[in-house]
Design a protein around this ligand. Structure first.
Ligand code: C5P
Length: 138
């Protein structure tokens, strides 16, 4: 017997500052997985490409402007939640315009790669940490 699988596409980014720290955002109260720390991003709207969705989310959530050619694909998460299967490309971005600010009341933290594990994350996000450490601990 086959089972319907709902595939959910969410895009996320590791914003990296000049000290090689990565931005984490805390999921606000009232959302699923509230209190957990995640890489910024979100769901695609209808007729949006992944990069467009990420650029929109970064403007809405953090008030920064990102150009599409500053988004480099790094890795992805593939995680079976009970209600859906999450597919989440993670981009890396070192260049943006404007100052990162919390536009939606979410807590933000710049975190060194080796400290990322100290922040409880949604289970889908945890496997994204090792590729980031590999890339940034040069
Ligand atoms: O952020 P949003 O609630 O729209 O994301 C939809 C779902 O995708 C979340 O409820 C969560 O299960 C999953 N998600 C995740 N890691 C993220 C973003 C979303 O596991 N960084």
């Amino acid at each position: 017997m086959t089972q319907d699988i709902k595939l959910l596409l969410v895009v996320a980014v590791a914003l990296v500052d000049q000290d090689n720290r990565i931005l984490l955002a805390q999921r606000p109260e009232g959302k699923q997985l509230a209190g957990l720390w995640e890489f910024p991003g979100g769901k695609l709207e209808p007729n949006e490409r992944p990069e467009q969705a990420l650029i929109r989310e970064l403007k809405e959530e953090l008030g920064i402007d990102v150009k599409e050619d500053c988004l480099a694909p790094l890795t992805f998460a593939s995680f079976a939640y009970e209600e859906f299967h999450l597919l989440m490309p993670l981009y890396i971005c070192r260049r943006w315009e404007g100052f990162v600010q919390s536009r939606e009341g979410q807590a933000l933290k710049w975190v060194k790669p080796l400290d990322l594990r100290q922040y409880p994350m949604p289970p889908a996000d945890e496997p994204l940490i090792p590729p980031l450490i590999d890339l940034l601990n040069i």
